[in-house]
Design a protein around this ligand. Structure first.
Ligand SMILES: C[S@@+](CC[C@H](N)C(=O)[O-])C[C@H]1O[C@@H](n2cnc3c(N)ncnc32)[C@H](O)[C@@H]1O
Length: 312
């Protein structure tokens, strides 16, 4: 099977697009184009608006190019959504737009295509880069990283309790032979992991941690949220779907800070008027319906949050 044959089922599609599109002549960004599920639904709601898509992944970009050829209201750029300010003024002729969507993390085709090296289920080259032309592959990093760095990455980004033990095993094994495949790494992790969690592959957390590190996912998210909020016009919305607690914590804190101001000691005589609040959250955090989780198990950890600009 080639990478283009792996399908992606868009998560919380109707709910998120319903929240995003408030102006049928509006200007929108899809920060995580993937296979364009959210983009296509947004375009179907626009009369004469415009949508700019971003993705780091070359295969996603190929799909985006096909859509560009079909629909003149759409453009795609191969870049991180963290760099959207470099593109928004040129594409839209303005710095402020009507809405920005982020459906975070990796797509099913990335996970399912063994050749991309994200999967502990299918053996392939240990790569894990969303953009294989940028930065170090997981194999390159694992070959040179210090034991403590490997442990920290698995602990901080994978919340792996046994990160030190696993890092030690990785550093011992890499002296015997280079670790270049996903099967090699998942075997080393499984053997070093003393307490397998029920229903979870023992390499899940280690792989998640390394993937997040290799792609700078949390750094991009923090920067992306700031620049996205800056790019919204009054009434414009930022709609974010996150897939694990580290992402959701960042999104939740950011939206709270923007809509309520920073956490300050209670006794300080500061009122909302002094805080210059320019945003509000829309609704509560939403999870997918039971039916969606049943039909697409990958949606089970999704959380949807929405922020709206209320004034300049
Ligand atoms: C969950 S998928 C999005 C699926 C898409 N919403 C759809 O319906 O087809 C996430 C996509 O975002 C891309 N991605 C993740 N982080 C990114 C970033 N910081 N900048 C640009 N693209 C990113 C990934 O390469 C992947 O293709």
């Amino acid at each position: 099977m080639t990478s283009s044959e792996h399908e992606h089922i868009s998560v919380m599609l109707d709910e998120s697009v319903e929240m995003l599109v408030t102006n049928e002549s509006g200007q929108y960004v899809d920060g995580t184009f993937g296979r364009g599920g959210h983009t296509r639904l947004v375009l179907s709601k626009l009369r004469d608006g415009k949508l700019l898509g971003f993705d780091k992944d070359p295969v996603a970009i190929e799909f985006g190019r096909k859509l560009e050829a079909e629909d003149s209201r759409f453009e795609i750029v191969q870049d991180s959504f963290a760099n959207m300010l470099d593109h928004i003024p040129a594409v839209f002729g303005t710095e402020k737009i009507d809405g920005i969507m982020m459906d975070l993390g990796v797509s099913s085709p990335q996970l399912d295509d063994a050749e991309r090296g994200f999967s502990f289920m299918n053996d392939g080259p240990l790569d894990m880069r969303m953009n294989p032309d940028q930065g170090m592959s997981a194999a390159e990093w694992i070959a040179v990283a210090a034991e403590k760095e490997i442990a920290d990455v698995m602990y901080q980004y994978g919340e792996e309790r046994f990160s030190r033990r696993i890092a030690k095993a990785i550093c011992e094994k890499r002296l015997e032979a280079p670790i270049t495949t996903t099967a090699q790494l998942s075997k080393i992790v499984a053997e070093a992991n003393p307490a397998w969690e029920k229903g979870k592959n023992p390499a899940t957390r280690a792989f998640q941690g390394i993937r997040i590190y290799i792609n700078n996912e949390l750094g991009d998210l923090e920067k992306g949220l700031e620049v996205a909020a800056d790019s919204l016009k009054v009434g414009g919305r930022l709609v974010v779907i996150s897939f694990h607690s580290l992402e959701d914590r960042i999104v939740k804190r950011f939206m709270k800070k923007m809509s309520k101001g920073p956490d300050l000691p209670r006794h300080l005589p500061i009122q909302n008027a002094h805080l210059d609040i320019k945003f509000k959250t829309v609704g509560k955090a939403t999870k997918p319906s039971k039916d969606e989780v049943t039909s697409n198990v990958r949606s089970r950890s999704a959380v949807l949050r929405v922020l709206e600009r209320t004034r300049d």
